[in-house]
Design a protein around this ligand. Structure first.
Ligand code: SAH
Length: 294
């Protein structure tokens, strides 16, 4: 029988590339659908490709499942990783490309793990750093709300990689807040950031990392133009909706076994519009005890 609990071991991995462009791209590049970290994709989920039920239901059955865009072979620089994301059509924005070039992913992954492979990597405490294609996707989706001077919240900040990218985009006049409930991960994320190009922003205080239950957001610096949630919520957290600015955007995976990356826009009149971007697989947004015991 299928071991569904293995879905909880991977974070930040997209299952479906819907646009035709990406299908053609991936075909041209001989994309291989093979997990690059057996421990992350072990058990009966190995090689199992889940269809995007959203696309099936909307009768757009022209879909392609994926776990990663490339494996580790030949991928030995951060710049090459970004170029690949551009070639595959995941990054179309120059600004996103520049920030991902500036914040070197290798500073955020544990030693001896392939920094630039397109898959999540274990970081301890039943958590993972998301795959590069997911980081890029979320940066693209939030780009407009990460202009200089804006406020951004990263819930489940893990390694601090995306919070550092947010801080670079909103700049010294903006605010980038990371909230993570495992204190050891917050401490290591600060170490990671101190080695990165975002270190001056951490020192200045426009970038800060906090221990807390991210389901409650971080009210002190609310409202936010951009909220990113790096773990899957069983349902939309009301506190995060409340802390979103009118005109702001939240990107959040929602669901349990089957999860959708939701794009939530708070309209200027305060009403909420929600759409599904793609099917994804993230670790759960949960209590610290439940995470450590899983
Ligand atoms: N974007 C991060 C993702 C880390 S994985 C990165 O790429 O590095 C998801 C993270 O969410 C984990 O670090 C996990 O500890 C954290 N998390 C889960 N539930 C949480 C909660 N209720 N509050 C804060 N952090 C949470």
């Amino acid at each position: 029988m299928m071991n569904l609990s293995s879905t909880m071991n991977a974070s930040g991995c997209r299952y479906c590339v819907s646009p035709l462009k990406q299908l053609l791209h991936t075909t041209n590049h001989h994309l291989r659908f093979r997990p690059c970290s057996p421990s992350l994709f072990s058990s009966s989920f190995n090689n199992l490709k889940l269809p995007n039920f959203n696309l099936l239901l909307t009768s757009n059955s022209f879909f392609f499942t994926m776990e990663h865009l490339w494996d580790r072979s030949g991928m030995n620089t951060n710049k090459k990783m970004v170029e690949h994301l551009q070639q595959y059509g995941v990054i179309s924005s120059e600004k996103v490309a520049r920030v991902m070039e500036t914040i070197d992913r290798a500073l955020f992954v544990p030693d001896k793990t392939p920094a630039y492979a397109d898959c999540p990597q274990e970081i301890g405490y039943n958590a993972t750093i998301s795959a590069p294609h997911m980081h890029a996707t979320c940066l693209q989706l939030l780009e407009e709300k990460l202009q200089p001077g804006m406020h951004a919240l990263d819930v489940g900040s893990g390694t601090g990689y995306l919070t550092a990218c947010f801080a670079m985009m909103v700049g010294p006049q903006g605010r980038a807040i990371g909230v993570e409930h495992i204190p050891e991960l917050v401490a290591s994320s600060i170490n990671n950031i101190e080695k990165s190009a975002a270190a001056p922003l951490l020192k200045k205080g426009s970038l800060s990392m906090h221990v807390g239950d991210g389901r409650e957001g971080w009210p002190e610096c609310a409202p936010y133009d951009a909220i990113h949630v790096g773990a899957a919520a069983p349902e939309m957290p009301q506190a995060l909706l409340d802390q979103l600015k009118p005109g702001g955007r939240m990107v959040i995976p929602v669901g349990n076994i089957f999860q959708d990356l939701k794009v939530v826009d708070k309209n200027p009149d305060g009403s909420i519009s929600i759409r599904s971007e793609s099917s994804v697989r993230y670790v759960p947004l949960t209590s610290r005890d439940a995470q450590l015991q899983s």
